[in-house]
Design a binder for this molecule. Structure first.
Ligand SMILES: CC(C)(COP(=O)(O)OP(=O)(O)OC[C@H]1O[C@@H](n2cnc3c(N)ncnc32)[C@H](O)[C@@H]1OP(=O)(O)O)[C@@H](O)C(=O)NCCC(=O)NCCS
Length: 150
């Protein structure tokens, strides 16, 4: 059980924890410098962290391209999964989209990643296409999911 999850803007001070979660969560993790670029250089990027007490337990981010959003990543520390942190992060990203005039959202997800697909479906995402062999480690396909705001 995780109490009092707060979702706030990601800063460089969060990156030690973010990198631990990133490395535990992905077969092809992003580098620290990739996150630094996102936080300092990429004008389109919006990143948040989920915090419980003083601990960063998850994060997520997107690129805002005019009225379209591309979710780049979302991850929760394995010890804190299934406690709704992922949902809180999605709530915050959708709130940020609303505030910034982002109407339609897209993302790619491994075809076999049922926890993530379920999470996205809960938020109205639907699989609309496939990128064949998208992931270089296993050659797995990516599902392309979209969420439209009419
Ligand atoms: C996907 C992920 C972010 C979900 O985070 P989470 O905090 O565990 O998610 P929540 O507790 O908010 O769960 C929300 C819903 O997601 C789905 N879900 C989450 N984990 C699941 C699992 N292991 N199996 C099936 N459904 C799951 C369920 O529908 C769940 O709702 P429910 O608990 O009412 O059934 C987390 O599993 C994770 O970090 N995975 C590794 C990184 C990753 O693959 N990110 C996605 C990249 S595209």
């Amino acid at each position: 059980m995780v109490n009092n999850i707060e979702v706030i803007k990601m800063t460089k001070e969060h990156l030690d924890s973010v990198m631990v979660i990133e490395n535990l969560s992905f077969k092809i993790p992003w580098s620290r410098s990739a996150f630094i670029d996102e936080l300092t250089t990429n004008q389109m990027a919006i990143y948040v962290v989920a915090v419980s007490g003083n601990e960063v337990i998850g994060y997520g981010g997107l690129w805002k391209i005019f009225d379209e959003g591309h979710i780049t990543n979302i991850a929760v520390h394995p010890e804190f999964r299934r406690c709704r942190a992922g949902s809180r992060i999605m709530d915050k990203l959708l709130e940020v989209c609303e505030l910034n005039g982002v109407r339609n959202l897209t993302l790619e997800v491994r075809k076999s990643n049922l926890p993530a697909i379920k999470l996205y479906e809960n938020y109205g995402f639907k699989a609309e296409g496939v990128r064949k062999g998208y992931y270089s480690d296993t050659g797995e396909d990516a599902l392309i999911m979209w969420r439209y705001q009419g």
